[in-house]
Design a protein around this ligand. Structure first.
Ligand SMILES: Cc1cc2nc3c(=O)[nH]c(=O)nc-3n(C[C@H](O)[C@H](O)[C@H](O)COP(=O)(O)O)c2cc1C
Length: 183
């Protein structure tokens, strides 16, 4: 698929078939993620692959939809995905190089978002689908994933074959959000 078609056909999918995702496709997604740009070339991401029903359920229980952060509002649709990739960041790697700068708290999110976008677009290229999920309680998810102290979860990416074809979500004209020289 050419790049224009790839970008235009990516959409957040929230319903998947039972068909498992072959290991070689998962590895390809993670290779593409690892090719993303990264501040200082530190590549601080750590990927956790979650496939078992029990661990998926535990992960979903740490999530919430929209602005209602209560425990009774988990993103249950994630359970339809045969695979969930938890994208995490190793803060120690970043602190070691940038800990004295004002930008360092942002770097885990900036770095991992670049890797996430490669996975989201790569999924489309491979006939798969995904959705960027950041609605989770960080400390609870860290505990479920067994993260060491300096590793934090950044995103959950359910991955699978789409069982829905969402219409392209509305976007206003980009021209309205372009400025020249100054805002
Ligand atoms: C940083 C970020 C966090 C998001 N978190 C969630 C989430 O927790 N749950 C969810 O269903 N979608 C989540 N989304 C997906 C957005 O809702 C989606 O990208 C947006 O509605 C546009 O739709 P599209 O991806 O189909 O273009 C997130 C997207 C981004 C970029």
């Amino acid at each position: 698929m050419n790049f224009s078609d790839l970008v235009a056909s990516r959409a957040s999918v929230r319903k998947y078939t039972d068909q498992p995702v072959p290991d070689e496709l998962v590895m390809q997604l993670l290779e593409w993620a690892h090719d993303a740009p990264s501040g200082g070339n530190l590549r601080p991401w750590e990927f956790i692959l979650i496939e078992s029903a029990g661990q998926k359920q535990a992960v979903v229980e740490t999530t919430f939809a929209g602005r209602d952060e209560s425990k009774s509002n988990p993103q249950k649709w994630i359970l339809t995905a045969p695979l969930v990739i938890a994208v995490c960041a190793d803060l120690a790697k970043i602190k070691g190089r940038y800990g004295e700068t004002s930008i360092w708290p942002h770097l885990p999110y900036l770095d991992c978002s670049a890797a996430v976008e490669n996975i989201l677009l790569g999924a489309v290229e491979l006939g798969l689908a995904s959705c960027y999920v950041s609605g989770f309680h960080e400390q609870e998810l860290s505990a479920v994933l067994g993260l060491p102290e300096d590793v934090v979860p950044i995103a959950l990416l359910p991955i699978g074959y789409a069982a829905e074809s969402p219409a392209r979500r509305p976007r206003g004209p980009v021209a309205e959000q372009i400025h020249r020289e100054r805002y």
